[in-house]
Write a protein that binds this ligand. Sequence first.
Ligand code: BGC
Length: 539
Amino acid sequence: MPGGAVIGTVDTGRIEAPVTAKAYMMCAFSAFGGIFFGFDSGYISGVMGMPYFVHLYTGLPYPPTTSSALFTLSSSDKSLITSILSAGTFFGAIAAGDIADFIGRRTTVIIGCIVFIIGVILQTASTTLGLLVAGRLIAGIGVGFVSAIIILYMSEVAPKKVRGAIVSGYQFCITIGILLASCVDYATQNRLDTGSYRIPIGIQMAWALILGTGLFLLPESPRYFVKKGKLDKAVEVTARLRGQPRDSVYVQQEVAEIVANHEYELQVTPQGSYFNSWIVCFKGSLRDPGSNLRRTILGTSLQMMQQWTGVNFIFYFGTTFFQALNTISNPFLIGLITTLVNVCSTPISFWTVEKFGRRPLLIWGALGMVVCQFIVAIIGTVTNNGTGNPNAVSAMIAFICIYIFFFASTWGPGAWVLIGEIFPLPIRSRGVGLSTASNWLWNCIIAVITPYMVGTDKGNLGAKVFWVWGSLCCCCLAYAYFLVPETKGLSLEQVDRMFEECTPRTSSKWRPHTTYASEMGLTDKGAVQHDVTEVEHKV
Ligand code: BGC
């Protein structure tokens, strides 16, 4: 068998090429995009706590003449610096869907890397708030491109049996990015020169260079070519991705199914003008789980819920939150530990997402988070943020770590896996873009308001803020139970059919019983070849 060792085999519904080691490597490489998503959102928490950075950006004298709680950036500056990245990513992700349909998924990610590098250069050069904020905004646009389109690309090129695991690999890279950022922050925190923040910021260029260069060598998504009507190209890249010859029955059937599904979707909801093609994302009835409207709401709300879990409170403001707990001697170290827990827990999902499925993962994950957050809230309330009570502080930190464990092994990867799977091809790039934008919008909202809720100069909620996150996690639990469908083990085209035929709560029992290709008479070997001419003709 060309392309390396055989890892997997045939299944229900239709035949899929065995998963080769080479295919794994190709799909898994794009997960690298997660590193700079994670690093970029992760480095800022530590940098905002660095003495030299605080001194330079606030003008406060160093060594501090006030208590450590007052030697800090104002809540409004923290809020602006942190949230501006997410504002950029929001717009980047929305625009990226259209660009990816126009010039291809791969090229869009490469452009995202270039934009990101420009933003990083500005941030590295900055010594004032204005330039830092502008740099983070531009870098954010690049991250928006990459974070939306990498998910789209990975979901479209990965073999269905390992799609969940491969997209979880992206989340794993996000967590590694956050951890690397913490390590670099930890190493440079005490420097009394601009290297303290310039090193963590500048290092990010390496991630963009690696991702951009690597993607040059990878094939484009076959679904992009089908959408463009270039079926010959679709066959060529599918053959490369699956490690099979072009005329292999696996390749022919896979492309035939994508074509048939695409044509079916276009018949059901024709695209029309540019404006109409956006409207299509919101068409259909709210009652119908398979309507585009329901799927767009599902994707965007799923990412909103992922942010409502409150995880970024820890990753964005962890260092300053732990600093405010006074009793802790090394808040940077605790921040580092939380990111380590995040990294180590994510790989569990590679197995569980395929073994138990997406739905149970989100339901049990939300339950675990609710319990941990309410425990932290209770301890924090009863002991007045653990003041003078090291045991209470240790217990809070322990439950925060368990809460991160639940997030990292469930909602962290789960939300990304699902948004890559739930949209039909005609609206997939926009759907994924909108959902990613929703992630960043809520990420931004939380980054803006949290400093005001917990800042010692503002709401001063301290650990009581976990009442808020715990309550929001209750919403995540109900949401997962009532609205999240099971997509495990299905091809993207089968997911499409599943949406039409059942509700989220009955979805795990649904099995594929027919294919679009067989319904449209495209299952014979050679049928795609015939269809190439047909579709090219139509386009
Ligand atoms: C979330 C990020 C978060 C990260 C933590 C991602 O899935 O979208 O907002 O910072 O997980 O690992």
